[in-house]
Design a protein around this ligand. Structure first.
Ligand code: NAD
Ligand code: WQD
Length: 337
C-alpha cells in the first residue's frame, strides 16, 4: 500500500510518516517546505530505518501534483499540508484561503483523475467555534472565529460535498485538539521559528532562553485557576490516530469524523507547572490580558474515536512535557540558537 502524505515534513506529518513506515506502509511525501526543513526527511528515514520518495511540490500547482499521481500508484492520501497560524490568517486571509482551500481542491481533483478514493484530512477543534458546550462531540454545529478556522470549516464541507457526489469516496476527517510533545528520539518536533502563537512552543522557546518570559494570557477566566483550559495530546498519539483511521477506510466506505484529543482539560498554569516539574526548571512568567477571541474551556469527547477506531492514548501530560523539552534542547544544541 502506498500512501501519499501531503505536508509530511511538517510537525504532525513527520510523526505520522514514522508511524506508517513502522506499520509497513510505503509512503511518498509531498511538501513545499514553506514551514519545514528538508532535513526532516532524513530524520524520518533515520528513525524508521526505511527509505521513501519525497517531492518538493506546492499543492497550488496542479501540474506538479498530477505528475506525482502519474509517476506513482497511490492507494490513499493523508492530507496535512496547509498554513496554520491564526494571527497570520487574520492579517492575510487571502493567503490562507488560497493555500488551504485551492490546495485541497487541486488535491481532490488529482485524486479524482487517478481514481484514488481514500483520504484522511487534518481538521481542527477550531471548527467548534465559540458557542458549543464542552466536551465537544462530532455532531455539534460548526463555526469559526478567524480565517484559518474558516478554511477548516469550508474544507470539511467541500470534502463532504465531494463525497456525496462520488459515493466510492472514503474520508476520515480528524479534528485535532492541542497537539504538543515530540518524537521521543528528539529528532522530530515543532520547529521553533518566529514568535510562537501557541502555548507549548512559547514554553519551549522560553525554556532555552530564546524568549525572556512566558505570557499567561488571561487569569480571569471562569476556570479552576482563572487560566484557559485546553485538551493537550501527544503528537505521537495523533499520528497513531491516522493509522487507525486509514485502517477503517480500508474496510468501510463513507465519511467518518473523529475528535483526537485526550478528553481532559488542562489549564495554562497546570501545563506550565507540569513542564517545570518534569524538566526540573523554573520559567519566568508574566500575567497578561486575554487574547482577543479566546474561549475559556475547550476539550474533546473522544468516545467515538476510541470505540470506532480502537484508538487509545499512550502518552501522559508528563510525557508531552518531557518530549517537548528533549526536542527543543537537542534542536538548540544542533542549530546553535
Ligand atoms: P506544519 O506547518 O508543521 O506542517 C504543514 C506542512 O505543510 C509544512 O511542512 C508545510 O511546509 C506544508 N505545506 C503548507 N502549505 C503547502 C502547500 N501549499 N503545498 C505543499 N506543502 C505545503 O503544521 P502541523 O502542525 O504539522 O499541522 C498539520 C495540519 O494539521 C495542518 O493542516 C493544520 O492546520 C492541522 N492542525 C494542526 C494543529 C496544531 O496545533 N499543530 C491543530 C489542528 C489542526
Ligand atoms: C492554549 C492556551 C491561551 C499562548 C490554537 C489554534 C487552534 C488550533 C490549536 C490548529 C490558551 C494560552 C497561549 C501564550 C498563553 N490549531 N496561551 N500564553 O488557543 O487552543 O488553539 O491551537 O488548528 O486553531 O487557535 O491553543 O496553544 O494558542 O493556547 O497563556 O503565549 O494557552 O490563552 O488558553 P488554542 P494555544
Amino acid at each position: 500500500m502506498t500512501i501519499l502524505i501531503t505536508g509530511g515534513a511538517g510537525y504532525i506529518g513527520s510523526h505520522t510518516c514514522v508511524e506508517f513506515l513502522k506499520a509497513g506502509y510505503n509512503i511518498i511525501v509531498l511538501d513545499n517546505f514553506c514551514n519545514s526543513d528538508r532535513q526532516v526527511i532524513d530524520y524520518i528515514k533515520q528513525i524508521s530505518s526505511k527509505n521513501f520518495k519525497y517531492y518538493e511540490c506546492d499543492l497550488c500547482n496542479k501540474a506538479q501534483i498530477n505528475r506525482i499521481f502519474m509517476e506513482n500508484k497511490i492507494d490513499s492520501v493523508i492530507h496535512f499540508a496547509g498554513l496554520k497560524s491564526v494571527p497570520e490568517s487574520v492579517k492575510n486571509p487571502l493567503k490562507y484561503y488560497e493555500n488551504n482551500i485551492t490546495g485541497t481542491i487541486n488535491l481532490l481533483d488529482a485524486m479524482n483523475s487517478h481514481q484514488v478514493v481514500n483520504i484522511v484530512f487534518s481538521s481542527s477543534a477550531t471548527v467548534y467555534g465559540m458557542n458549543n458546550k464542552v466536551p465537544y462531540n462530532e455532531d455539534m454545529p460548526l463555526s469559526a472565529t478567524n480565517p484559518y478556522g474558516w478554511t477548516k470549516v469550508m474544507i470539511e464541507q467541500i470534502i463532504k460535498d465531494y463525497a456525496a457526489a462520488n459515493t466510492s469516496f472514503r474520508v476520515a476527517i480528524l479534528r485535532y485538539f492541542n497537539p504538543i510533545g515530540a518524537h521521543p528520539s528528539g529528532l522530530l518536533g515543532e520547529k521553533p521559528e518566529g514568535l510562537p502563537s501557541n502555548l507549548m512552543p512559547y514554553i519551549c522557546q522560553t525554556s532555552i532562553g530564546k524568549l525572556p518570559y512566558l505570557k499567561v494570557c488571561g487569569t480571569d477566566f471562569e476556570t479552576k485557576d482563572g487560566t484557559g483550559i485546553r485538551d493537550y495530546i501527544h503528537v505521537c498519539d495523533i499520528a497513531n490516530g491516522h493509522l487507525k483511521a486509514l485502517e477503517l477506510l480500508n474496510k468501510k466506505s463513507g465519511v467518518f469524523i473523529y475528535n483526537l484529543g485526550s478528553g481532559t482539560g488542562t489549564s495554562v498554569l497546570e501545563l506550565i507547572t507540569t513542564f517545570e516539574k518534569v524538566n526540573e526548571m523554573q520559567l519566568p512568567r508574566m500575567n497578561c490580558n486575554r487574547r482577543p477571541g479566546d474561549i475559556s474551556v475547550s476539550y474533546a469527547d473522544i468516545h467515538k474515536a476510541k470505540k470506532e477506531l480502537g484508538w487509545k492514548i499512550n502518552y501522559t501530560l508528563e510525557d508531552m512535557c518531557r518530549d517537548s523539552w528533549n526536542y527543543i534542547k537537542k534542536f538548540k544544541e544542533c542549530n546553535n540558537i
